[in-house]
Design a protein around this ligand. Sequence first.
Ligand code: AKG
Ligand code: FE2
Length: 293
Amino acid sequence: MDWFKPLYKAHRKAESVTVFDPASDQENVQYEQYLLTRESVKPNENAYKVYDVPSPKLFTQWTTPDLPGLRIISGAIPQDLQCQLAKESVTEYLASPEHLTNLDAHHTIQRPMDLFSDKEVSATISNEKIKSSGLRWVTLGGQYNWTTKEYPTFELGAPGCPAFPQQLGEFVRQGFGVEPQAAIVNYYRQGDILSPHQDVAELSHQDLVSISLGCDCVFYAGPARYDAKPLAVLLRSGDIVVMGGESRGAWHGVGRVFSGTSPEALESSLDKPGFAAWIRNKRINVNIRQMVD
Ligand SMILES: O=C(O)CCC(=O)C(=O)O
Ligand SMILES: [Fe+2]
């Protein structure tokens, strides 16, 4: 049986479902069959220097023997850096025509795509519509194709694989020891979900690094789609999930996003009318991969 289904259903109906909370101060937490163990880990300070923000002194990192290689890092990104990344997600990431978005298949969208200006960015879809529900994702670096589930090329720098954003790339390289070559930036509002899937289009098996910003969500991850109940985790702004080792091929998805839970500090990340209201009800996930070794 598909054990993801009842979880999505319960969360859709906003039934109360027990989820694992990585902000828990216990040492061990048993969630269904998953035994989760908490550790304090020293972050790599050089990663934070890239953005000129102080490094957290220690990370709270959770692992489980049932999903080897999965790391849930609570509070990995200090609020200042969350603000910088939230700003990038509506400025730099949407600046280049080489960074495709879900909108490009149906509309001609002007770049840079400034959603918070009075000037419409498209003749066929309004800025309001794009901000509320239209924009679901933008791809950075290798332009992952959601339909074919493939990258158009593995040749870095070739058409279809523009340079990865420099600062974000350096942060992830320093902090997590992977070579960031592609990312999907997902924009969610309450009611949006991401169905269970595996991310296996990359030739490299290096760790995938997934950054959460804005509203809280429930994230599911399990070793298989069928016959294994997934772990359900409450992810908050500033949390990072690393999928490495065996968990690199784990099934995972997003079941629910909670409107209005974005930290207030993020509202002033961008000084433009409408940004505060936008981020208050959005979750942004920056899902970073190495494509080739
Ligand atoms: O939004 C998330 O936390 C996960 C996104 C994801 O799994 C993906 O983009 O492949
Ligand atoms: Fe994924």
